[in-house]
Design a protein around this ligand. Structure first.
Ligand SMILES: [Zn+2]
Length: 512
């Protein structure tokens, strides 16, 4: 799977900005300067063919030397972390450990929150490890679809969680993310979460409130499972994670998943630019620091990979332009009455009471003379942008109204009541919807080693996926969050058990 063209545009633009800001080096290869030097110094005594011959020999020598060095080096000094997975055991000095992966989701941590100067510890961790400019969520950019995409490596049309609320025509049941009686029905959750893959490989897993079900369709559960509960202090979550890490060898989980919602809640309540968000961001940063320090105290930084992710970003919706779907230039009140199921938010998936009404009102929406008609798009499953991978599932309603950033859909009756000051769910190419990726552990050590080696100079992707900043942080280009499933499988050495997914085959190979 590759990023669609518009994504590349976004990436390259932010890439340019980041290079301006983060890369301090001004040493750039200037072909003209070099050529001028050779010619002006030696034009009398050096014939053209001699120059070509000498240059060719030098280049060949350089190529041969570099490859020979890289080839000679690698068998003699393989990176110790490359073989550290599967049944390989490493000691922290007092206890034996298998390779361990801890993935922590900080709900609603927008990628550029890390540039606010409020997350010194997360940045410090990324300096020792790596970060991505951003991680691109799946569409819709909502919590449940994205947490399940992170778990399964699948887009919404494949993993079935197409919104936080939707109606399933097959079972004729409604999915409500905040009702256990509905959200824990295994049949809603398609695909194979990483804890199921791990358990197929005999790995013990632990799930601390990660949004999703306790049991999949096939009957697989995490070994340890703590269900969602609101307002659980971060210190309690930290203690739980450490309690699992401190378990005896035979009971200790190797894959741990943890979830924290406070930053998303703050973002909704007071908006992404608010003092509350900044304050919560600082708390989350302290949690990251405490987690990192606790692992360092146990001498586990060469044993445990910590992967910090988020599910989506957040945009300010304190003063949205309201679009009333029951206005005459939209569906009208009669049109709205023919809608039998309304899915999603802030986008709206519509199912009508008859095919005739569907056709009629679709046409009405498509030809709307609404004064803010440029503030929303109307799609069918057939016209939905391919890059959203949001068409091929019968849970996806036949007609969707998708607002653009700055706009909100509502009705005359509802108005702006209950509308939050921050929201997400918009186009996943909007930078404000982008999530974060920061990782540290044996994984990032391999990456750094690779990029320091002379061999790296000959890699065809050099400087396309990576650049090193002045402070030695490795910043990956933005990448889709469906790649995370493959990363964890690779770290745990469970790739042979991995389920088919929308990640790119071999995406992480070049980093190991
Ligand atoms: Zn969320």
């Amino acid at each position: 799977m590759s990023l669609p063209s518009k994504s590349r545009k976004v990436s390259s633009r932010t890439s340019h900005e980041e290079r301006e800001g983060l890369l301090h080096s001004s040493d750039r290869y200037d072909p003209f300067e070099k050529e001028t030097t050779i010619e002006s110094d030696d034009e009398e005594s050096w014939s053209r063919s001699k120059i070509v011959k000498t240059a060719t020999s030098l280049i060949l020598l350089l190529i041969f030397g570099t490859f020979a060095r890289a080839l000679l080096r690698s068998p003699r000094r393989p990176h110790p972390d490359l073989s550290f997975n599967g049944d390989y055991i490493r000691s922290n000095g007092t206890h034996e450990f298998k390779r361990t992966v801890l993935i922590v989701s900080i709900d609603g941590l927008r990628a550029d929150y890390l540039d606010r100067g409020l997350t010194p510890h997360l940045l410090e961790i990324s300096k020792r490890g790596l970060r991505a400019k951003s991680m691109v969520p799946i569409f819709p950019t909502l919590t449940f679809p994205n947490h399940w995409a992170l778990m399964t490596g699948l887009h919404a049309e494949s993993h079935g969680i197409i919104a936080n609320n939707f109606w399933d025509p097959q079972s004729e049941l409604e999915f409500h993310y905040n009702q256990i009686s509905s959200a824990w029905i295994p049949d809603f959750w398609l695909g194979e979460p990483m804890w199921e893959t791990a358990s197929k490989a005999g790995i013990i897993t632990a799930n601390l409130m990660w949004p999703g079900p306790p049991k999949t369709k096939s009957g697989s559960s995490p070994t340890y499972f703590i269900p969602w509960k609101d307002k659980v202090p971060l210190s309690v979550k930290l203690d739980q994670i450490l309690a699992w890490i401190d378990l005896p060898f035979d009971e200790r989980p190797q894959l741990l998943m943890a979830y924290e919602p406070s930053l998303d809640q703050a973002g909704h309540l007071t908006g992404p630019m608010s003092a509350l968000v900044n304050q919560t961001l600082a708390q989350v940063d302290l949690f990251a620091a405490a987690l990192h320090d606790s692992l360092a105290d146990r001498n586990l930084t060469d044993i445990v990979d910590i992967v910090f992710v988020s599910d989506h970003g957040m945009t300010d919706t304190s003063h949205p332009t309201l679009i009333y779907v029951d206005d005459d230039d939209m569906l009208g009140t009669r049109g709205l009455e023919t809608v039998v199921h309304e899915d999603g938010w802030p986008a709206m998936g519509l199912r009508f009471n008859s095919k005739q009404n569907e056709t009629y009102y679709l046409e009405k929406l498509l030809t709307s003379k609404h004064p803010h008609a440029d503030g929303f798009d109307v799609y069918t499953k057939e016209t939905m942008p391919d890059r959203w991978h949001f068409s091929h599932h019968d849970r996806i309603a036949p007609v969707w109204i998708v607002p653009k950033i700055g706009y909100a859909l509502t009705t005359r009756k509802e108005g702006d009541v209950g509308m939050s000051k921050g929201n997400h769910g918009y186009d996943n190419h909007e930078p404000s919807m982008h999530a974060m990726f920061v990782a540290h552990g044996p994984f990032s050590a391999v990456v750094k080693d690779l990029h320091r080696s002379s061999f790296a100079a000959w890699l065809p992707w050099k400087n396309r996926g990576w650049h090193s900043t002045s402070d030695d942080t490795y910043v990956m280009d933005s990448f889709p969050n469906v790649e995370i499933y493959g990363l964890v499988a690779k770290l745990l050495g469970t790739e042979e058990h991995a389920s088919a997914n929308n990640g790119t085959k071999g995406f992480w190979d070049k980093y190991f």
